[in-house]
Design a protein around this ligand. Structure first.
Ligand code: 5AD
Ligand code: SF4
Length: 420
């Protein structure tokens, strides 16, 4: 989400005057720190980074703080770090060209309507495009700060989405990543009355775009994974067979106090449905350990779901209390050592599962979309099910979807050779 927000800001700036990206700090005229606030660590890093930037930047260079931390700290950022020139919330990025003109501008209104705003075009990678289909979130998970920083959920009209993807396809993208906090809740909150379209229908519309070959999306919510949606996921050949199903916890009682809206059984049932409808699909997940009140039994439930679903990819975190969330005030906060030990155990078991999953890939064949030139004469790309591949080759491979046979496996990536 933040990568796409950064692209939008670059596009808007570029539409006003030509900007170039630089890796050298002392070259920059404008430094934008686009922040996350989902856990505490990135927030504390922000202020040390501002200090480094202040010390090494050009005298005249401006510093802006944008994104979710900007949304929830607002003008306090400038109070604490007066070298910051502007603060722009995650819901306000369309205002980037305005705030760079004003000293100490703070734009953080979470009711701001960016939904029908037609951003200018900028892509980090010419071969793939990211497109927001909704902004904000209508849930109130008790651990999560996002509804307070990105505001209410609004779906972007489907014709605008189709137009944006078509534009990207016409300029070289064969793959789109649809973005939203809750993509499969798409269609619940249109601003215009006449715009009815749910997520499954949106996928069907998008797959009609000529020249678009691959559709990815993130993140869906387990609660909204009805059969119709999963059947579309499994049967639509343009939809990549990789799905993120964020578990958070395997314990039904903890899921209740997290306000996730589903049970352990529903979650397992949905993953089994995916495995049945689409055995080739990979499933990734997010898990939080050490949520307030988490007992050994609750944690055992999480381990049990890991055993049953055998996620191909796991993003796991220690619970981090956040402002503007209900859980920060819950009793029974879990000591750091216990949460740390649980995280280690979870990750160690997942590593074993991952090793087995990856070892089984030897000699398998996948269709890989090549999108990046690497050092040492290598080109990288992803298979339909999201695995990262490296092959020996040149820029001629870029933008092509080719059959690749796996010749070497490791935990994070596969090496292979292109077979005609
Ligand atoms: N503490 C730890 N992890 C969190 N996440 C969201 N809020 C918190 C928090 N307070 C995780 C969830 C979410 C992912 C993006 O970040 O697992 O799915
Ligand atoms: Fe946060 Fe829950 Fe919304 Fe995801 S669904 S963004 S975890 S409140």
């Amino acid at each position: 989400m933040n990568v796409r927000d950064s692209e939008h800001m670059i596009a808007e700036l570029n539409s006003k005057e030509p900007y170039e990206l630089t890796k050298k700090l002392d070259d920059a005229d404008l430094i934008i720190i686009n922040t996350c606030s989902v856990r505490e660590k990135p927030v504390s890093k922000l202020f040390s980074e501002i200090g480094v930037f202040k010390k090494h930047k050009k005298e005249s260079a401006k510093i802006g703080v944008t994104g979710c931390t900007a949304s929830h700290l607002g003008k306090d950022i400038i109070k604490r770090a007066p070298s910051v020139d502007f603060v722009l919330g995650a819901r306000n990025i369309s205002k980037i060209t305005q705030v760079i003109e004003q000293k100490h501008a703070v734009e953080i209104d979470i009711d701001n309507d960016d939904s029908t705003y037609d951003f200018s075009e900028y892509r980090t990678n010419t071969f793939k495009s990211m497109v927001n289909i909704s902004i904000g979130c209508d849930k109130s998970c008790t651990f999560c700060i996002v509804p307070a920083t990105r505001g209410d959920e609004v779906s972007i009209p489907s014709d605008l989405i189709v137009r944006e993807i078509t534009k990207a396809v016409n300029t070289g993208a064969k793959e789109v990543m649809l973005l939203g906090q809750n993509v499969n809740n798409y269609g619940k909150y249109f601003k215009a009355e006449d715009e009815q379209c749910n997520f499954t229908e949106l996928l069907q519309k998008i797959s009609k775009i000529d020249g678009l070959e691959r559709i990815r999306f993130t993140s869906p919510h387990p609660l909204h994974m009805g059969d119709k949606f999963l059947e579309e996921f499994a049967s639509n050949p343009k939809i990549c067979k990789q799905i993120h199903v964020p578990l958070q916890s395997g314990s039904t009682s903890l899921l209740k106090s997290m306000r996730r809206g589903y049970t352990k059984e529903w979650f397992i049932n949905r993953c089994e449905k995916i495995r049945t409808l689409c055995p080739e699909a990979t499933i990734s997940t997010d898990i939080i350990v050490g949520f307030p009140g988490e007992t050994e039994e609750d944690f055992a439930d999480t381990m049990d779901v890991l055993e049953k679903v055998r996620f191909e990819q796991l993003f796991s975190f220690k619970y981090s209390p956040r402002p503007h969330t209900a859980a920060q005030n819950f009793e029974n906060q879990i000591p750091n050592e216990i949460a740390g030990a649980r995280l280690t155990k979870l990750q160690a078991r997942h590593t074993e599962i991952l090793d087995e999953v990856m070892d089984a890939q030897m000699d398998k064949e996948h269709m890989v979309y090549f999108d990046e030139l690497k050092a040492d004469g290598k080109v990288s790309g992803r298979s339909d099910d999201g695995k990262l591949f490296y092959v020996q080759g040149s820029e001629e491979l870029l933008g092509k979807i080719l059959n690749v046979k796996v010749t070497k496996v490791s935990r994070g990536a596969l090496n292979g050779t292109v077979s005609e």
